[in-house]
Write a protein that binds this ligand. Structure first.
Ligand SMILES: [Zn+2]
Length: 430
């Protein structure tokens, strides 16, 4: 698909996001450059920056999602700094921006949806543009994102809301809108990017497929996929932790069933920067063998990839769960935004992995494939699914049961992770 071909910085998550340091000189310099003014023309340090900045033009407002997760998107000419606070009775979340040049006519304002039952925008006072979200109930900011121009969109400022309790809502009440630092400090620290700005380690989430009531594929010798994936997950975790560069979380560290949706939720709660799901396949043709790696696509790259995704996605049915309601995170507008970026980053990591793995183990032709795996649908975490080999092949199942063979796989994956984050860091250098 065409988006996969676009060159993206491998990983922007480690960059200090504009919203994390709303008034810092670095961000302001960036904003100058984006506004086309040129940083060299101004003495930045010590200048009243907010006043010097040209207002950022806003050309569109969009809403999406539902009552469990609502997304607001502003289309802008540059990345804005902001602060936010709550007002109660009725419930509102208020965003203040330095200044915005609002070009959205009333008739082009979106219809209310989900947690947002009304939207008002206007200049609050000189230098402060205010956006008020009228809420249908107590809600909180799950995250904010500034997405750079891509795929025909310009800059986008994205706000994700989720329901919360009245008590939790009231703790963010009544912040002085003139004190963005205070408002900032009270925002939930849910965004991995923001934490990264403080120098924290990238978080790798490893997801051993299946578990508990769901054995996964069953090998010709009776071995269960769920045991091989867990063994591999522990080895990969050890490999990644050895260098001290990453924090590593597992979606499960014992033989237990975890719904697919919950695996994604675990990764997001862990503020994952990279999600690696581990699986092994089986095939009626017992001579089939070789490793492959998958990233998310709305369309499968081939028939086998589509069938495999169907098979892996049945984990929740196998366990007797009702999975008829798809996660709100993967619906509608969300796929167009953060997920599109995540898909590009996922494809980049998959390509690096293929390069490393090919030197060590047998791979399938077209080693990197695409399909609609439910477990890869975190909209904001680059994610891959590694099919380590075929348990239906007597030689490959024997290898996958060997700790030494799995360690070779783990070593290759760890190299790929290193290269991925190396690229991200070099992309951030000026
Ligand atoms: Zn599997």
């Amino acid at each position: 698909m065409k988006d996969m071909k676009e060159r993206m910085p491998p990983h922007r998550r480690t960059a200090a996001p504009p919203q994390a340091v709303p008034r810092g000189p670095q961000v302001s310099r960036r904003a100058f450059a984006l506004a086309g003014l040129g940083a060299g023309a101004f003495s930045l340090l010590g200048a009243p920056l907010a006043r010097a900045l040209a207002p950022i033009a806003v050309s569109g407002v969009r809403l999406g999602g539902g009552a469990e997760a609502t997304r607001l998107v502003l289309d802008l000419a540059a990345s804005p700094s902001h602060s936010s606070f709550n007002l109660a009775d009725p419930y509102r979340i208020v965003f203040d921006f330095p200044d915005l040049d609002w070009h959205v006519a009333a008739e082009r304002m979106p219809a209310p949806t989900g947690l947002i039952r009304g939207l008002r925008a206007g200049l609050f006072r000189p230098g402060t543009f205010r956006l008020v979200l009228d809420l249908s109930g107590p809600a909180e900011i799950a995250r904010t994102l500034s997405l750079p121009p891509q795929s025909g969109y310009g800059w986008r400022f994205v706000v994700d809301l989720r329901p919360t309790s009245r008590d939790a809502f009231m703790t963010r009440l009544g912040r002085d809108p003139g004190a963005p630092q205070a408002a900032k400090a009270s925002e939930p620290a849910v965004n991995g990017r923001e934490r990264r700005a403080g120098g924290a380690k990238p978080v790798i989430v490893i997801d051993p497929g299946h578990g508990g009531v769901d054995p996964g594929a069953i090998g010709v010798n009776g071995v269960y996929e769920k045991h091989i994936t867990l063994a591999m997950a522990r080895q990969l975790k050890a490999r990644l932790e050895k260098g001290g560069r990453y924090a590593v979380a597992l979606t499960r560290d014992r033989d237990i069933f975890i719904p697919l949706r919950e695996r994604v939720a675990i990764a997001r709660r862990a503020h994952g920067d990279l999600f690696i799901s581990l699986h092994a396949d089986s095939n009626p043709n017992r001579s089939t063998r070789g490793l492959s790696i998958y990233t998310l696509s709305e369309r499968a790259s081939d028939k086998e990839a589509g069938l495999l995704a169907d098979k892996e996605n049945k984990a929740d049915i196998i366990s007797g769960m009702d999975f008829s309601e798809e996660s709100p995170e993967v619906t509608g507008i969300l796929i167009d935004l953060a997920q599109r970026e995540s898909m590009n980053l996922s494809a980049q990591f998959a390509a690096l992995s293929v390069g490393e793995l090919r030197r060590q183990v047998r791979t399938l032709d077209n080693t990197h494939r695409f399909a609609g795996f439910a477990v890869l649908k975190a909209p904001d975490i680059p994610s891959v699914l590694l099919e380590m080999g075929y348990l239906s092949n007597s030689e490959e199942v024997r290898l996958l049961q060997q700790a030494g063979y799995r360690d070779r796989l783990a070593g290759s994956m760890a190299h790929a992770v290193d290269r991925y984050f190396d690229q991200a860091q070099s992309a951030q250098r000026p």
